[in-house]
Structure formats: C-alpha cells, structure tokens
Design a protein around this ligand. Structure first.
Ligand code: ATP
Length: 265
C-alpha cells in the first residue's frame, strides 16, 4: 500500500499546488486522478517518484517515506516506479529498442549505463516488452518514425523494463485521439490485471475514467475533493461532478459515450 499523508507542495513562486493531500492506494489499484487543469495532478504524480520534492507531508511505501529519502536512497525506489508521460519523452533519434532498454539504466553500473552497453539478457527482455505492446517489428526503427500511439506504447515498454511495482502515467492519452486512447489504456489495464502493477494515472476524459479506474481521487485547487471506487465514478452525481469541476462545469458529450468535462479549462 502507498499512503499519502498531508502532502503539500508550494512552488518557489508561492503557488500552493498541493494542500495537505491524504489518500491511500492499494496494491493492484488502477487509481485515476481527476481534476481541472492546474488542480495539482502532475505535481502529485511527480512528487511520488520525486521528480519534484514535496514541501511537507509523507509518502509511505514499503516501510519508507519516499518524501524524505536522500538522492542515494531514492535510486532503488525509483527503479520500482515506472513513468509514462503525456509527450512520451522518447529519445527520438535512437531506435525503439534502445529507448526501451533505457528503462533498464537504473539497474546498471554507471559506466555501463553511460556507454549504453546492455547485456543480451536485457536485450531479450526489451524484445519481450515490445512484444507485449505489439511492436516487435518496429524495434530497429528510429523512435521519430513511429506514430504518436506507437510512441506511447514504446513509453509503456520502457516503463515495463524497470520491472515496476507502480506505473505513474501523467495524462498518457492527452495527445492521442479517442480510439488510440483506449488502446493505450488497454495496455496499462493489461499490465495492471496480469502483472499486478499498481497504476496511478491522471486522465481528462470522464468516460475513460469510468471505463478503467478501480479507484478515483478528485483534486481541486490542490485539495482532495472526491474519493471513490470505479463503481462510484460510474454513478457520479451532478453534485459530486460540480464539487470537482466547479459550478459552471457541464458534462459535454463529444460523441457517442464520450462524456467529457468541457468548457471550463
Ligand atoms: N514549476 C512550477 N512553478 C510554479 N508553479 C507551478 C509549477 N508547476 C506547476 N505549477 C502550478 O501548480 C499548480 C498545479 O499544477 P499541475 O501541473 O500540478 O496541475 P495539473 O492538474 O497537472 O494541470 P495540467 O493538467 O494542466 O497539467 C498550477 O497552478 C500550476 O500553475
């Protein structure tokens, strides 16, 4: 279990992005964080693997407080937390295979990682990861040659190379069209269900949240304003919806079955 306890983040310019956020994530959850742009979703995800240092509070995991670990202590913890980004964050000029292999860097000696010397075992592992996201044929292509959806699948394979216990996904489908969004979330769901990897993911489209989440946290202005299960979110009342998205927010339908939170960005 991962426990956030009164986690706060104030940026140097005084912006209070997170205000005493407390909630728990059970092992094996597919937890989705919802909230308007600026509500603190990215900050929360990035505090979890310490891409951002929280100002106060705790993130308890496996008997350690991630929030207070030193850089050296963080290394083994970060290995177990993969991350998938909205803009994929691949090295575009490198091959797909090497992008996937880079997920292994946290396990290697510094000199080997600097020269990108990967073992045969790692290469086999990378090919298996690519197989899981249906991209074996693209292994030797440059990452830049792939479509957005394919690049995000490479991002997932890279995260998988870490043999993660948790995958953080920061708006992983925001740059993709709705059909591809389902493909990508389908892969994350597979890893969640088949490998028991806990997924913590921020999502914008409510229909996707309703389809994939087993647990939901709603943020508004850096505070938790909603906690629910997948079932709760499927039966969300208008009051709950407005608590998260504001009085003016409306459920906008962007096509069959695609209710989104619109008009208040
Ligand atoms: N580096 C920074 N310095 C100062 N303020 C920041 C910084 N990064 C984010 N913020 C502010 O912190 C608040 C929360 O931002 P955050 O990116 O976490 O929200 P979000 O819900 O992920 O939004 P989005 O979906 O637009 O990314 C916002 O007010 C944002 O402007």
């Amino acid at each position: 279990m991962l426990q956030y306890k009164k986690l706060s983040k104030t940026y140097p310019d005084g912006t209070e992005a997170l205000k005493e956020v407390s909630f728990e994530v059970e092992k094996g959850d597919f937890l989705v964080i919802i909230g308007l742009s600026g509500s603190g979703k990215s900050t929360l995800l990035r505090c979890t693997n310490r891409l951002i240092d929280p100002t106060s509070g705790e993130i308890l995991w496996n008997g350690e407080d991630i929030a207070s670990l030193t850089q050296n202590q963080l290394r083994p913890v970060r290995r177990k937390i993969g991350m998938v980004f909205q803009q994929f964050n691949l090295v575009k000029r490198l091959s797909v295979l090497y992008n996937v292999l880079s997920g292994r860097l946290g396990y290697m000696d510094n000199w080997k990682s600097l020269t990108y010397r990967f073992s045969k075992e790692d290469k086999d592992k990378a090919m298996k990861a690519l197989e899981r996201v249906g991209l074996t044929k693209q292994a030797w292509k440059r990452a830049s040659e792939l479509s957005g959806g394919q690049q995000q699948r490479v991002g997932i394979a890279r995260a998988l190379m870490q043999e993660p216990e948790i995958i953080l996904a920061d708006e992983p489908v925001a740059s993709l069209d709705p059909v591809l969004a389902h493909t990508i979330l389908g892969y994350l769901e597979k890893l969640n269900k088949e490998d028991g990897i806990t997924v913590i993911c921020s999502l914008h489209y409510l229909d996707l949240v309703q389809r994939y989440a087993t647990r939901v946290i709603g943020l508004r202005d850096g505070r938790v304003v909603y906690r629910g299960t997948g079932e709760d979110i499927r039966n969300m009342t208008d009051e709950e919806f407005k608590e998260i998205y504001g009085e003016e927010a409306e459920r906008v339908s962007a096509g069959p079955g695609q209710s989104i939170t619109g008009g208040v960005e």
